[in-house]
Design a protein around this ligand. Structure first.
Ligand code: HEC
Ligand code: HEC
Length: 396
């Protein structure tokens, strides 16, 4: 469908009016999974974005793709609402996990699908002696505490600000437009044209257009300082407004694109022990041994964690040597556990005295985008429509 077709323009105008009206009238109730989907029994009261996150958690935890619980997923014969035996088991597991946490951990989400399953459909029950005598688990806790002997978070953040060009220059950054190309995981949608728009303090939009395959539709993530939207081609829901923890995640992404405010974007900052991080394993289109196109292997990093609104948790990994931010992992909250989103930053280049990462690799539970920017213009005027819903983003 052509988003600019005249039939849709009144709808877009109506939406704009609605958005403006929202400031004055009490906020309308956000859409929950049960308002949008047909057969929600145990995950009622979950926002649509967080609900889709729970599907990612389930798939990752048991090592399934969607089609193992939803017959014919990935084809146009799929009926997501239909129950399968595995889906029914998964429902029971959701209730079981809630009961374990309620009865034993005061309702804290200490036990999740991952605690038992670890990527297997049937959890292992007995330690093998190979595991007992093998290398220990490298998994990190989600929650990190301030470790004694580590520098204060402010020191690491100051070094980062200095490495980017200094607080004074950063404070003069009010907007930017970046252009480049993207490659999806496994080369899907290869050759997308990327536009990233940012406006201080917290507006950000990423638009990926696939000109070689227009029937595929654009990919859009937008946030206007208050509301956010996501449009992804080939997904269960191709377009929706964010109302759950993805909204808080989108705000954080937008705020961190203007790093002068990094100290205010997250609260309760704490520094864990230094760690080593590497490029995510995967297709060569997304990683590389070339230090310019990926973060590389075994980079020693300072680890800073902070907390945002409604339980949002974010861990930032700063290169020990250069001080630059190499990775952010932010976690959204769902009824069955946290949903991780990771953004890797590399190929930092100077634009008018400020360093910007020209390489961004976004990874979430069921997709990855690798973006290579080729141009960034700073302090250019950008129409606020570019941060609205997908119709508004595409409008001229
Ligand atoms: C381990 C099993 C499992 C996997 C894997 C799984 N789901 Fe689900 N899915 C469920 C369960 C259980 C429900 C029903 C939740 C409820 O009753 O509250 C559900 C419901 C849904 C619904 C709502 C359908 C409706 O109209 O009621 C959608 C959409 C959905 N899943 C999409 C996905 C996608 C996309 C994936 C892959 C990323 C996926 N699921 C992977 C178990 C699974
Ligand atoms: C306390 C441990 C534990 C937790 C937590 C747990 N499971 Fe399970 N799960 C099991 C065990 C054990 C089995 C295998 C039961 C069997 O073999 O009959 C299983 C089986 C399953 C199966 C069926 C697999 C198959 O191949 O038939 C699914 C699907 C599943 N779990 C999903 C989940 C989901 C989704 C969650 C999180 C909401 C979860 N489980 C949390 C222990 C757990």
């Amino acid at each position: 469908m052509n988003l600019r077709s005249p039939r849709l323009i009144p709808a877009a105008a109506a939406l704009t009016v609605l958005c403006l009206a929202r400031v004055a009238v009490p906020q309308q109730k956000p859409k929950m999974a049960e308002d949008v989907f047909k057969n929600i029994q145990v995950l009622k009261g979950t926002s649509v974005d967080d609900f889709l996150g729970t599907m990612g958690i389930m798939s990752a935890a048991v090592g399934f793709d969607c089609s193992e619980c939803h017959a014919n997923a990935g084809t146009d014969k799929v009926d997501w609402a239909a129950d399968t035996a595995k889906k029914k088991t998964a429902r029971k597991m959701v209730l079981m996990v809630a009961a374990i946490n309620r009865d034993n951990f005061g309702g804290r989400q200490n036990v999740t699908c991952w605690s038992c399953h670890h990527g297997r459909d049937r959890p292992a029950t007995t330690p093998s002696l190979e595991t007992v005598y093998g290398p220990g688990s490298q998994e990190m806790d989600d929650f990190l505490a301030q470790m004694p002997g580590q520098p204060a978070a402010a020191e690491i953040l100051d070094k980062y600000i200095q490495a980017l060009g200094g607080a004074e220059r950063l404070s003069r950054l009010t907007s930017y437009v970046a252009t480049g190309t993207s490659v999806g995981f496994g080369g899907f949608g290869g050759g997308g044209q990327v536009h990233i728009y940012g406006k201080f303090p917290d507006k950000r939009t990423t638009l990926i257009e696939f000109q070689a395959a227009t029937e595929r539709g654009d990919s859009i993530r937008s946030y206007n300082g208050r509301a956010g939207w996501i449009k992804t081609p080939l997904a269960v829901l191709t377009e929706y407004e964010l109302t759950g923890s993805e909204l808080d995640g989108a705000r954080l992404d937008a705020q961190l694109s203007f790093p002068a405010q990094i100290k205010e974007a997250l609260g309760n900052l704490r520094v864990s022990v230094p760690a080593t991080i590497s490029d995510l394993p995967g297709p060569s289109s997304q990683t590389s041994s070339d230090p310019n196109t990926g973060i590389g292997q075994d980079r020693l990093v300072n680890v800073v964690q902070g907390t945002g609104p409604k339980g949002l948790l974010a861990t930032l990994y700063f290169d020990k040597e250069s001080g630059l931010l190499l990775r952010m992992v932010r976690y959204g909250k769902t009824p069955i556990g946290r949903v991780p989103t990771q953004i890797d930053f590399a190929d930092y280049r100077d634009v008018g005295g400020i360093k910007f990462p020209f390489r961004l690799i976004l990874a979430w539970l069921d997709g990855r985008d690798a973006i290579q920017l080729n141009q960034i213009q700073t302090n250019v005027p950008i129409d606020d429509a570019k941060f609205g819903n997908p119709v508004s983003v595409k409008g001229k």
